[in-house]
Design a protein around this ligand. Structure first.
Ligand code: PEP
Length: 252
């Protein structure tokens, strides 16, 4: 069986000013430094306004920093957007692309997500590609079909287990307190891995990390992270508290 080191990634969304962002980042970095470190990689994705500050504050701690989005183009006339290379320049190693909130709020299609992921790879970043079905799609029995289609159409050309991570985030579970059951999560994760195998071959599919996201909390993390095809978590709300984020990491 392939050993995949788990990744616990915090998505802070549009939360935090300098003081609380710094306190949160330092709180996690301090725990990492004090040890023992949890058996997973740890990443925080602050809002763009805080990335430089957080990256500097946690430098050398082992806590990685990522962006929440990047533009598909390397640079140019795109007011308000962020280039992947600019995130890398600030110390980011990862960037989330295709989060359902971006797909909804900014009408991002799979093609846009794919282009953003390719821009991330070109800048040397690891792309965390988000996919997930809505409640209506699940109720219609289209969960596997929808995730498969989003995955295959959003996956960047040149994706490898070293430069891409998939995040399965059922839209109905994000920020709702409603979490996928272990059976629901494992079913979709296994289908995602099967689709990855078709596209990339079984060796790469077996090494690529697939995170679960959607109301993961300290009290449900253990059973989700124990599933054979769940290789970590993308955490929203619970990543805003050091103790909760750390407890989830310790569940690895
Ligand atoms: C997310 O925003 O990626 C997420 C999973 O949020 P939450 O943990 O709050 O559901």
């Amino acid at each position: 069986m392939t050993a995949r080191r788990k990744l616990i990634a915090g998505n802070w969304k549009m939360n935090g000013l300098k003081s609380d962002g710094l306190a949160l980042a330092r709180g996690i970095a301090d725990r990492l430094k004090a040890g023992p470190a949890p058996a997973c990689d740890l990443l925080v994705c602050p809002p763009t306004t805080l990335v430089a500050l957080v990256a500097e504050a946690v430098s050398g701690s082992g806590l990685a920093v990522g962006g929440q989005d990047c533009h598909a183009k390397a640079g140019g006339a795109h007011t308000g957007d962020t280039a992947a290379a600019a995130l890398a320049d600030l110390g980011c190693r990862h960037v989330i692309v295709g989060h359902s909130e971006r797909r909804t709020d900014h009408a991002e299609t799979d093609a846009v997500v794919k282009a953003k992921a390719e821009a991330a790879l070109a800048a040397g970043l690891i792309a965390i590609v988000c996919i997930g079905e809505t409640l209506a799609q699940r109720d219609e029995g289209r969960t596997i079909e929808v995730n498969r289609s989003q995955l295959l159409n959003s996956l960047p050309d040149g994706a490898t287990p070293d430069n891409a991570v998939i995040a399965y985030e059922p839209v109905w579970a994000i920020g709702t307190g409603r979490v996928a059951t272990p059976a629901q999560a494992q079913e979709v994760h296994a289908a995602i891995r099967a689709a990855l195998a078709e596209r990339l071959g079984s060796d790469a599919a077996g090494r690529m990390r697939i995170l679960y996201g959607g109301s993961m909390k300290p009290d449900n993390a253990l059973e989700l992270l124990a599933l054979p095809d769940v290789d970590g978590g993308l955490i929203g709300g619970a990543s805003l508290k050091v103790a909760d984020f750390w407890a989830i990491a310790e569940s690895c």
